[in-house]
Design a protein around this ligand. Structure first.
Ligand code: HEC
Ligand SMILES: [Cu+2]
Length: 330
């Protein structure tokens, strides 16, 4: 209904309609009560004005009916706002399982994008229409924010941490991309575009970049080049834990705690290995802070994610790390 109205960006994702409906509801509610209160202030001021100096109103000793009304009606209204916005919030944050993955690194003052298949772009992101796309965001320096108004998607990109967002574009076209977190002198130039293509055109675009090296194979090469492999070979003599099947499983730590091996944990294990030391191992892993860029870290993380468990009994509970070595049979 508002699509032609220049104040509102185009609706081009599955989120857009839901976010807007909530937004318009809040605007309408606020306008209704502002007008109601405004007219009552004026109306009562006129109706109950003092007409003579000895005009005294009768004393009031409270009204249960009135108090119940002004408690129950607002409670109902805020409950509607709460459940409605919680529902929208969850749908914005629950990434569908079949989403294709895109990795984004913010850097003063540009957006660097890597597709899982290895294609890279700067200040542009090509995606297919009608397919959920998951973004994994991080920053090489300060806080940035990845904002696509037409999709109603905005997510901060934080240094040393991964955040995620997702969207499903509904129409082909080119849409604005902004940085929505003031990040320095050229913040306002930190702009780009999202190019939404028909799936076939998107496949052609992907292929057009030549036979790209996938993110995970780029990570595998780094794993060799940086000599990670010398400590992380999956045999009993290895000085570091085998990384097969690590992603997504709980890891017992030397300090007695447990952590789930997600992207952030794997990244931290590489740049700050002593922050969380795996139980049963010495903290001998050197830090790779400063030796690998955020993009390379994403490649290493993608590689570690791609290492599936080799253990014979799939789904078996994680064995204690020291005893895990016999699992390395071919
Ligand atoms: C000098 C040997 C050594 C090198 C080189 C090394 N690591 Fe490690 N790594 C270890 C040890 C020992 C641990 C376990 C103790 C700890 O958590 O610090 C470990 C832990 C890890 C973990 C956490 C494993 C788990 O089970 O939770 C990851 C991920 C990891 N290393 C990745 C890498 C990557 C990627 C590289 C190369 C960039 C690398 N390592 C290079 C020795 C090494
Ligand atoms: Cu920025």
């Amino acid at each position: 209904m508002w699509s032609g109205f220049p104040l509102f960006p185009e609706q081009a994702s599955t989120h857009a309609g839901r976010v807007d409906a909530l937004y318009f509801f809040l605007i309408a509610l606020t306008a209704f009560f502002s007008l109601l209160i405004g007219f009552m202030v004026i109306g009562f001021a006129i109706r109950y004005r003092r007409r003579s100096p000895d005009d005294r109103p009768p004393a009031i000793y409270g009204s249960l009916a009135l108090e119940l009304t002004w408690t129950i009606i607002p409670l109902g209204i805020v409950a509607v706002i709460f459940f409605w916005s919680a529902d929208v919030y969850l749908s914005l944050n629950r990434v569908p399982k079949d989403a294709i993955e895109v990795h984004v690194v913010g850097k003063r003052w540009m957006w660097k994008v890597q597709h899982i298949t290895g294609q890279r772009e700067i200040n542009e992101l090509h995606v297919p229409v009608g397919v959920p796309v998951k973004l994994t965001l991080t920053s090489e320096d300060v806080i940035h924010s990845f904002f696509i108004p037409a999709f109603r998607v905005k997510k901060d990109a934080l240094p040393a941490r991964y955040t995620t967002a997702w969207f499903q574009a509904t129409k082909p076209g080119r849409y604005h991309l902004f940085c929505a977190e003031y990040c320095g002198t050229r913040h306002s130039n930190m702009i780009g575009s999202i190019v939404v293509m028909e799936p076939a055109a998107f496949q052609a675009w992907l292929a057009g970049g030549g036979p790209g090296v996938s993110l995970a194979s780029a990570g595998e090469k780094l794993f060799q080049d940086l000599a990670c492999v010398t400590c992380h070979k999956a045999d009993s003599g290895a000085r570091g834990p085998a990384l097969d099947g690590l992603f997504g499983r709980p890891v017992a730590l030397a300090d007695g705690g447990t952590v789930t091996a997600d992207e952030t944990y794997i990244r931290e294990s590489i740049v700050a290995p002593s922050a969380k030391v795996v139980a049963g191992y010495q903290p001998i892993m050197p830090t790779f802070q400063g030796l690998v860029s955020e993009e390379q870290l994403l490649q290493l993380v993608a590689y570690v994610r791609s290492l599936k468990a080799k253990a014979p009994a799939a789904g078996a509970p994680p064995a204690p790390p020291v005893a895990a070595a016999p699992g390395a049979r071919p």
